[in-house]
Design a protein around this ligand. Structure first.
Ligand code: BEZ
Ligand code: FE
Length: 303
C-alpha cells in the first residue's frame, strides 16, 4: 500500500483517476489536479485559507440563478475567459474581426427587429445609429447574416439586472443584400460589473475599480462562417486600458461621429463598424462558444 504523504498524494490521485473512460476528460482532470496541488504547495496553503476558499466558491455558487452567472463573472475577472477566448481565436483558419467577451448578459431570446429599429424601449441618453457591413476576409458582403446586439441602458444596467423577465436594449438584426446592418440605440456609458456578490467583494478587496469601458456587444453569424462574438468599445472611455474583465482592445475601439449622409439613418450621430467573418474550420462546430445565456447553463445543470 502506498503511504499518502505531501509528496505522494498527487500521483495517488492521478493513478486512481486513470480509469476515466473519456480520454479528454482524463487529460483535463489530471492536469487540474497537478496544478491545484502545485498551487497549494507553492503558497503553502493553510487550513483556514483552504476553508476560506471553499466558503468563497460556495458563495459564488449560491449567487448563481437562471438569470445570473457568478462563475462566469469570476472567470471574467480572473482573466480566464479572456485567455480561453484568445486561445480559441488562434484556432480560426482566417483572421476576421477581433473577438471580445460574450459576458454574462447575453440572452438567447432577444427579439428579431427590422433594419433601422431602435433597440431601447425608451431613449435615456444620446440617440445614435450603429451601422456597417458584415463581410468575409476578402471583403465580400455577407447578406442575411444575423447581427445580435445587446448593451446597457443609459443608467449602466442591463435589462435583466433591472427585471429578469424584461427585454430592453437588445435585438437581432439581419444584413441586407449588400451585407449592411443598421440600427438605432443610445450611446452606452461605462459601467461597473455587478458588485453585490462575492466576485464584487473580491474585486473591491483587491483595490480594483470594477469598471468596464462603454461598449456594445455583437454576436454575428452567417452559414459557413465562424460565429463572431465581439464588442465595440467607445473611444475616449477612461477604462479602455484597464477593463476589469480584460475584454477591450484597440482594434475594437469605435467612435460616435456626427450625422452624415453615408449612414442609412442620416439625421443621427453614428458609429460605423464593418465586421469581417472568418470561414468556418473543420473544428468550429465542436469547440463551442466562450460563454452562454445563464438560463442555458442552469438547464445543463438540471435546474
Ligand atoms: C459585459 O460586458 O456584459 C460583462 C462582461 C464580463 C463581466 C461582466 C459584464
Ligand atoms: Fe457588457
Amino acid at each position: 500500500m502506498r503511504e499518502i504523504t505531501a509528496d505522494t498524494v498527487t500521483d495517488a490521485v492521478i493513478d486512481q483517476m486513470s480509469t476515466t473512460p473519456d480520454a479528454r476528460m482524463r487529460e483535463i482532470m489530471e492536469s487540474a489536479v497537478r496544478h491545484l496541488h502545485a498551487f497549494a504547495r507553492e503558497v503553502d496553503l493553510k487550513p483556514a485559507e483552504w476553508i476560506k476558499g471553499i466558503e468563497f466558491m460556495t458563495q459564488v455558487g449560491q449567487k448563481c440563478t437562471p438569470d445570473r452567472q457568478e462563475f462566469i463573472l469570476l472567470s471574467d475577472t480572473l482573466g480566464l475567459s479572456a485567455l480561453v477566448n484568445a486561445m480559441h481565436d488562434r484556432t480560426a483558419i482566417e483572421d476576421g474581426t477581433r473577438t471580445s467577451l460574450l459576458g454574462p448578459f447575453y440572452r438567447e431570446n432577444a427579439p428579431s427587429l427590422p433594419t433601422g429599429a431602435q433597440i431601447a424601449n425608451a431613449i435615456d441618453g444620446q440617440e445614435v445609429a450603429m451601422w456597417g457591413r458584415v463581410v468575409n476576409v476578402d471583403g465580400t458582403p455577407l447578406a442575411n447574416a444575423t447581427v445580435s446586439v445587446w448593451q446597457t441602458s443609459g443608467t449602466g444596467l442591463y435589462d435583466v439586472q433591472v427585471d429578469p423577465t424584461g427585454t430592453d436594449y437588445r435585438g437581432v438584426f439581419r444584413t441586407d443584400e449588400k451585407g449592411v446592418y443598421c440600427l438605432r440605440s443610445v450611446a452606452p456609458i461605462g459601467y461597473s460589473i455587478p458588485m453585490d456578490g462575492p466576485v464584487g467583494k473580491m474585486v473591491v478587496s483587491q483595490g480594483r475599480h470594477g469598471m468596464r469601458p462603454a461598449h456594445i456587444h455583437f454576436l454575428i453569424g452567417a452559414p459557413g462562417y465562424r460565429e463572431l462574438v465581439t464588442a465595440l468599445y467607445l473611444k475616449g472611455d477612461a477604462h479602455l486600458a484597464d477593463d476589469v474583465v480584460f475584454g477591450s482592445s484597440a482594434d475594437l475601439v469605435a467612435e460616435v461621429k456626427p450625422a452624415d449622409n453615408e449612414c442609412p439613418i442620416a439625421n443621427l450621430p453614428n458609429i460605423r463598424f464593418d465586421f469581417s467573418l472568418a470561414r468556418e474550420g473543420a473544428a468550429d462546430r465542436r469547440t463551442g462558444r466562450v460563454g452562454a445565456d445563464p438560463a442555458a447553463i442552469a438547464r445543463a445543470g438540471g435546474h
